[in-house]
Design a protein around this ligand. Structure first.
Ligand code: ADP
Length: 261
């Protein structure tokens, strides 16, 4: 920087330097706060399943091991707890990558119909546990080619459908539809007729670790990261995500994709 003797310029430069430093410190403070909150949330999320697993193992060691049927039941439950931990860690891994922008999208042309059908196959069992019918209109036997990262978009459809089953009602339905929009886009909708979401929660749904009903959602065993992951993936594609919901009527989550000609 050239040395200046002009007092006014000098004062301005000193002021600017002070403001820059202040901004830098503010940014660091926010980052630190964010990091602390994130770590707090992570340990909180991990605690529940860890204590569950520990509980079953301790009971087994305490003598329950001697009963063959109880032994099997408790080991299965401990294993379920470990499975949940794995899901949470996978989601954490994903959200960390997404938040630091370390997500390399592998954009290709792919058939979104096939992706939806894959997810249906993977979730058939989960849906049948609540007798929820999975519906995908038969008019989609034809391929619909879109652009995007196939694996990541499959994760989006997966997370939305898992939620529609989790928060769907017994004997209900989950329906997926794909529709053409103007300007060469398609919109994929995932609809359920479950518990729905109160209006005041809608703006915060996509925040990481945000849950409407802390206790109720926890028993369903999510990580509270599903929708945050969905939003990041869709926004990384420069696409849009929407939600509409009515309490006791149901919810509809939808997102856009670019159509391949
Ligand atoms: P979780 O692991 O808790 O399911 P998500 O990020 O996937 O985390 O969802 C955040 C919250 O949004 C859920 O805890 C739930 O309260 C609400 N939610 C998400 N999808 C639905 C849905 N289809 N119907 C009703 N509530 C939903």
């Amino acid at each position: 920087q050239p040395i200046t003797t002009d007092m006014a310029t000098l004062t301005r430069q000193v002021k600017k330097f002070a403001t820059d430093k202040k901004l830098e410190i503010e940014t660091l403070k926010i980052r630190e706060e964010y990091r602390r909150e994130f770590l707090g949330n992570v340990s909180h999320e991990l605690k529940t399943p860890l204590f569950t697993v520990q509980g079953y193992l301790l009971t087994l060691l305490d003598g329950a091991m001697n009963d063959k049927t109880i032994r099997k039941k408790y080991l299965q439950r401990a294993e379920k707890g470990v499975e949940r931990l794995i899901y949470i860690v996978q989601d954490l891994d994903m959200i960390t990558k997404l938040e630091v922008g370390d997500l390399n999208l592998m954009t290709t042309k792919f058939d979104i119909v096939e992706v939806v059908q894959n997810v249906f196959d993977l979730l058939e069992m989960k849906a049948s546990e609540k007798n929820i019918m999975l519906m995908f209109d038969m008019k989609y036997i034809k391929a619909i080619e879109v652009f995007g990262d196939r694996e990541k978009i499959q994760q989006v459809v997966m997370n939305l459908m898992v939620n529609s089953i989790k928060y769907g009602k017994e004997d209900g339905t989950t329906e997926v539809s794909i529709e053409d929009l103007v300007n060469n886009k398609v919109i994929v909708r995932v609809m359920d007729n479950g518990e729905g979401i109160e209006k005041q929660h809608i703006p915060r749904l996509f925040e990481r670790f945000y849950r409407v009903d802390k206790s109720g959602a926890r028993s369903e065993g999510g990580s509270g990261l599903g929708l945050a992951i969905v939003k990041h993936i869709i926004e990384a594609h420069d696409e849009k995500i929407y939600v509409e919901s009515k309490v006791n009527v149901g919810s509809e989550f939808s997102f856009t994709l670019e159509k391949a000609k």
